[in-house]
Design a binder for this molecule. Sequence first.
Ligand code: FAD
Length: 405
Amino acid sequence: MNFEERLAQENNCCGCGACENICPTGALVLKPDHAGFLYPSIDEIKCIQCSRCINACAYKKKNEYISKEETYAAVSKNTDVKKSSSGGVFSSLAFNILKDGGTVYGCTMSRTDKEFDPHHIRISHPKDLSLLQGSKYVQSEIGLMYREVKKDLENNLTVLFSGTPCQIDGLYGYLGKDHPYLFTIDTICHGVPNKDLFNRYIRYEESSKKAKITNYVFRDKKDGWKLYGRMDLQDDSRKWSVYFEPEESSYYQLFLNRYTYRENCYACPYAIKNRSGDITMGDFWNIDLIHPELFSGKETGISCDNGVSVLVINSEKGQELMKRYGQDMELYPSEYNKVAQYNRQLIKPSEKPEDYEAFRRIMNNDYSEIEKWYQHKMMPIRAKRAIKRMIPAKQKEVIRRIRKR
Ligand SMILES: Cc1cc2nc3c(=O)[nH]c(=O)nc-3n(C[C@H](O)[C@H](O)[C@H](O)COP(=O)(O)OP(=O)(O)OC[C@H]3O[C@@H](n4cnc5c(N)ncnc54)[C@H](O)[C@@H]3O)c2cc1C
């Protein structure tokens, strides 16, 4: 088996790009496969068989992280939580690192003429923080950003690197060791779709709406901390925004329902307690059920209205970061296992839905076929919803609490 085959086995490659970053001759680049997912591709003429790509591949090594599991509900006090997806844990830490002269890495999603391009960038000014705020539910391309991190560390800059757990592990694999100035923060993650599928969806929406989508926000907080999204549109004569619930978007709902991820996400080795980041962040879903005391009307020191993050301190460096900057967050102690009850990615990878294969057979077809498949699938669910809407709100809340027990 050659390097390319060893690196690119479907279930054994997360597309983090450690191999591309470490390749000294530029022989190895990540390229999309038939379904749009990035895998290593090697130019045999340029390859000098140095094996650095194989050695940097953290994904194939055993996960040896041990987490302290110090878990909190957290809300940022020093940044605009409404711009963040959950409670702004990332932006609070990032703001402080930037203010103190460090650099921050994370995912932005800009639009070129042709398409949306989710990718990692480096920022060094607090004014650019909003580029990284908000979840983009598409795999972020790392490009050659691990090399930039290394340069920053060599220049004695403090670095905060955020990304999916596999991207964090990929960074450590590329660097070969931890570094005292490097701090990492991983997202709880149930899997990533690819940008090709996302852009095919965008083009489908654009042709049905007869307008250009200039901005796509997965988590808009106009109506509070939910999974609601927003797209900004423009045609020859006007600009406007459309707000939507996930099920009104085939792409979003198929993502949430686990149809569209990379193959390896369904066997993700990071969807366990031993997390790769110094800190783990996510949405503190169902906080009202886990901590009803926060909603008893008494003063508790944490405001839940605009979103709450779950924050897990995994390592000593995570503790150090919180010692330095934790005072800029409202913190409320919690427990890993309790949070994981409603956020299963903290303990196990996403499972494929029953009709996953049926979907994958059409995933590369024209997007209109995906849309048709999705609409057909939603018919009975929508009928059920219509019936549910007839139940009074108070009774609904009682049923929700009984079912969550
Ligand atoms: C693909 C994906 C799946 C997720 N699944 C879950 C889940 O199942 N349960 C859960 O609780 N939370 C999940 N999250 C995390 C959640 O959506 C929020 O990103 C997290 O709570 C951080 O919120 P914040 O308010 O602290 O950060 P914000 O201030 O909103 O900042 C966003 C942070 O997320 C990073 N980020 C955004 N998009 C990407 C991306 N595509 N790839 C890598 N990093 C990205 C940015 O770099 C930044 O650090 C997921 C995030 C992603 C990207």
